[in-house]
Design a protein around this ligand. Structure first.
Ligand code: PLP
Length: 381
């Protein structure tokens, strides 16, 4: 009998797959997995079509097509006033998930420690584990989930190789402030520690706040892999196209991994995005667009027994159900999907020890009718 080695023994099928399938089987409103229920711009699909018909259907260069790297570098300089050289500091990959995996693999060797702030997006820990690294957790605590930088400092040892940061944050919807960047810079100064910054929701940030990208702090930029995703910004998460912005030497290490993970990323989509990125309206209007969605959803559940503070960014709203039931959050999410036909994600899945703070995550990147209907049902609980 062949013995399979115990790789990622804790990992079952991801909760997103489980809940989306359950929602489909049950005919429930799917506010679980983080993807829009509406389509991307027809202009974008027309561009893909055009480039496919033009014959842009073979392997793209390993680092991404030059036109997209240039467009992205220009956009980054326009939005953040920060320059990355398109030739050797910008890499196009197959989704932010790949960017995160390649960045972790580029810097983490067996025995190295990586600080993860939990609740944490579910791909971080496996990326560290698959490289023989040791995840070291700093827990963000309800209700405000602010980063306790003293706790981060206390967890740093001689083996700490990287810190993973995510802002705007999935699942809790918090965003980093300038002061957070200063605190982080003070902690890592003079130390051999890399930052892997997951900024996939960079353009989805509310109430007039600014996205504090890692790249805007010169000291942090030098040690950061900034990971982004076109999927979140352009409503086409299924294309799985992301990128990594990092200084030259970090990019060289990143590409050494990327070339053997996927080698290159789907070609016609890259050409389409290279053109589309030149029109800033879409990402400039995105925060307002999603703020309306957030507001619509929280208005719809205002008279419910859920308690919440409005999300500051991402397309997620977490709510506390302590006043309704003391069920385990996973059981509740499954029960609500089956019984009242509204699917959510239990927040405990984002904690290593499945810490249950009686919180559910709802995705409001959904059409208005779905938000209203789901809200109406949730108010009856
Ligand atoms: C925080 C976070 N990081 C990364 C990703 C993955 O992005 P991509 O689909 O581009 O791989 C997601 C997707 O939900 C996310 O929420």
């Amino acid at each position: 009998m062949l013995q399979l080695p115990p790789k990622l023994p804790y990992a079952g099928t991801t909760i997103f797959t489980v809940m989306s399938k359950l929602a489909a089987d049950e005919g429930a409103y799917n506010l679980s997995q983080g993807y829009p229920s509406f389509d991307c711009s027809p202009k974008l699909t027309e561009l893909v079509n055009r480039y496919m018909k033009k014959g842009c259907n073979q392997y793209a260069p390993m680092s991404g097509i030059p036109a997209l790297r240039e467009s992205l570098a220009e956009k980054t300089s326009r939005v953040y006033k920060v320059n990355y050289h398109p030739e050797d500091e910008v890499t196009i990959v197959s989704g932010a998930t790949e960017a995160i995996f390649c960045a972790v693999t580029a810097v983490v060797s067996p025995g190295d420690e990586v600080i993860l702030l939990e609740p944490a997006y579910d791909s971080y820990r496996p990326a560290v584990d698959m490289n023989g690294g040791k995840p070291v957790y700093v827990t963000l605590r309800a209700p405000d989930f602010k980063i306790d930088w003293k706790d981060v400092r206390d967890k740093i040892t001689d083996r700490t190789k990287a810190i993973m940061i995510n802002s705007p944050h999935n699942p809790v919807g918090t965003v980093l402030t300038r002061k957070d960047l200063e605190d982080l810079a003070n902690i890592v100064r003079g130390k051999d520690i890399f930052i892997i910054s997951d900024e996939v929701y960079e353009h989805i940030i509310f109430d007039g706040m600014d996205h504090q990208s890692m790249m805007t702090h010169p000291e942090l930029k030098e040690r950061s892999f900034v990971c982004g995703s076109f999927g979140k910004t352009y409503h086409m998460t299924g294309w799985k196209i992301g990128y990594c912005l990092a200084p030259k030497e970090l990019t060289a290490a990143f590409r050494r991994i990327h070339q053997f993970i996927t080698f290159s990323t789907v070609t016609p989509m890259q050409y389409a995005l290279a053109d589309f990125l030149k029109e800033p309206e879409h990402y400039e209007e995105l925060s307002e667009f999603y703020q309306r969605k957030r507001d619509r959803f929280i208005r719809a559940i205002e008279s419910s027994r859920f308690k919440f503070s409005p999300s500051s960014g991402s397309f997620f709203q977490i709510v506390s159900y302590r006043d309704i039931t003391d069920e385990y959050d996973y059981d509740l999410a499954v029960r609500l999907t089956k019984e009242i036909k509204v699917a959510s994600i239990p927040v405990s899945v984002f904690y290593k020890d499945k810490k249950d703070d009686k919180l559910l995550r709802f995705c409001f990147a959904k059409d208005d009718e779905m938000l209203d209907k789901a809200g109406e049902i949730l108010c009856r609980l």
